[in-house]
Design a protein around this ligand. Structure first.
Ligand SMILES: CC(=O)N[C@H]1[C@@H](OP(=O)(O)OP(=O)(O)OC[C@H]2O[C@@H](n3ccc(=O)[nH]c3=O)[C@H](O)[C@@H]2O)O[C@H](CO)[C@@H](O)[C@@H]1O
Ligand SMILES: C=C(OP(=O)(O)O)C(=O)O
Length: 431
């Protein structure tokens, strides 16, 4: 039997001090995929979060022929993709690819560098249905042949002759936008993508690709135009800070009370989450690249209504910690999950801790305030895990959150960074 990671949390301490916000998971994963588009040279990525999804992504890059170095102490990744040209290796095997969502972001590099790709599985958080039809339909409109092998559950992509085309997304898919841009950057001619995502990570990826020599305009407007170029160059890039990590830390301070400085956090990147937290009683002040978060524990938190939507709307990835926070607010909070049809697994876990949450379809009513009690709870996905750690920090007694691997997928040194603020939390490895 392998090792299992758990988070052991004891509640009751206010937080204070400084937390360092990690580099963005949802920016580094597409950038590792984008680095593979450079046929020569070495790409250097800085401010890389030391998280499980990055390890999986680098394993996958090596598997298809790239050379990678992860200098963890320096949070720096070096990628040499000059060896990525063997069509026999153009396979994303389920044992790696099915463990994280970002594996789908390797398809454009495989299409351009080897002319083909076989996808044996794509993972990610289990949040209900998570289709990839926008990606595959877009690749097909650029000239790829995409076929499904339903018996083996594989997708085969043949892409010897990609060219620009007119593309659209039914909804502004985050990785869908990144993937279609990456498929277009080396395709001769002009590509136009309508209804593109506006997330800050998408803009960071566009900045990275542009530094590599790609010609992309319209980032942040919803209508992106890409002029295909012949080659891209390996460059150095510093990953933006992770707005979801920042949001989780801000909500944790909101829960425990206290005063914390978040180094690298950008209030503008929180979108509507900023206004919702302010309505609940959190105070923010941005001082250059440091965000101060304060919550007076003697003033009760106010309840909230929130509906998740693409940026700058309330981020679905912050919906779980918001639900945990709402259990402490004085009154009823209403949460509508409008991105995913299965992202309320947290409610039952919080109810085990004494919360009173009713779920009907994609809507939840949180009846607060409740006194949470520590117990053993299940992290069904990455943000459920983080939200349960948050709940544990205000619960009476001890809370055990497992499997911790899911938290480690997206939050680097989570326990260490919380403990530096005074929290009683440990990451425990059991065999
Ligand atoms: C690695 C990464 O960046 N992950 C983020 C990314 O996921 P991801 O890019 O997978 O999320 P999308 O924006 O694509 O998904 C949004 C919605 O569109 C649907 N859809 C998407 C693509 C498609 O081809 N067909 C389709 O129907 C999905 O099922 C979902 O309901 O954005 C999500 C929404 O902000 C975040 O929760 C994830 O943290
Ligand atoms: C849903 C998430 O990630 P992924 O898309 O990588 O599963 C997340 O980060 O909360």
């Amino acid at each position: 039997m392998g090792q299992e990671v758990r988070y052991r949390v004891r509640g009751g301490r206010p937080l204070s001090g400084t937390a360092f916000i990690q580099g963005a998971k949802n920016a580094v994963l597409p950038m590792i995929g984008a680095a593979l588009l450079a046929a020569k040279g070495r790409t250097v990525l800085r401010n890389v979060p030391v998280i499980e999804d990055v390890y999986r992504s680098l394993e996958l890059a090596e598997h298809i022929g790239a050379k990678v170095e992860f200098h963890e102490a320096e949070r720096t990744v070096v990628i040499d993709a000059s060896g990525l040209n063997d069509p026999e290796l153009a396979v994303l095997p389920a044992e790696i690819a099915a463990r994280f969502r970002g594996s789908v972001l390797f398809v454009p590099a495989l299409m351009h560098r080897t002319g083909r790709a076989r996808i044996e599985g794509v993972g990610g958080c289990n949040l209900g249905s998570r289709n990839l039809d926008f990606h595959y339909r877009g690749f097909a409109r650029l000239g790829a042949e995409v076929t499904e092998d339903p018996e083996r559950n594989h997708i085969n992509v043949e892409a010897s002759n990609l060219r620009g085309g007119r593309l659209y997304l039914d909804t502004p898919s985050h990785t869908g936008t990144e993937n279609l841009i990456m498929a277009a950057v080396l395709a001769p001619g002009t590509t136009v993508i309508e209804h593109a995502a506006l997330e800050p990570e998408v803009l960071d990826v566009i900045g990275f690709l542009s530094a590599m020599g790609a010609k992309i305009s319209g980032g942040g407007t919803g209508l992106i135009t890409v002029e295909g170029v012949e080659e891209l160059t390996a460059v150095e890039h510093t990953i933006m800070s992770d707005r979801i990590d920042a949001g989780v830390f801000a909500m944790t301070v909101a829960a425990t009370g206290g005063e914390v400085s978040l180094v690298g956090a950008n209030l503008d990147h929180l979108g509507v989450a900023r206004w919702k937290l302010e309505q609940m009683g959190v105070e923010f002040s941005q001082e250059g690249a440091v965000l101060h978060v304060t919550r007076d524990p003697s003033v009760p938190l106010r309840p909230i209504n929130a509906v998740t939507s693409p940026f700058p709307g309330f981020a679905t990835d912050l919906q779980s910690p918001l639900m945990a926070l709402a259990t402490l607010a004085e009154g009823e909070s209403y949460i509508h999950e409008a991105i995913y049809d299965g992202r309320f697994a947290l409610a039952d876990e919080l109810n085990k801790m004494g919360a009173k949450i009713e779920v009907e379809g994609t809507r939840a009513i949180v009846h607060g305030p409740t006194d949470l009690r520590g117990t053993e709870v299940i992290a069904h996905d990455l943000r459920t895990g983080a939200a349960l750690v948050l709940a544990g920090l205000v619960a009476e007694g001890e809370t055990i959150v497992a499997p911790g691997y899911l938290v480690d997928r997206g939050h680097a040194q989570f326990a260490t960074r919380l403990a530096a603020l005074g929290a009683d939390v440990e990451r425990v490895v059991v065999s």
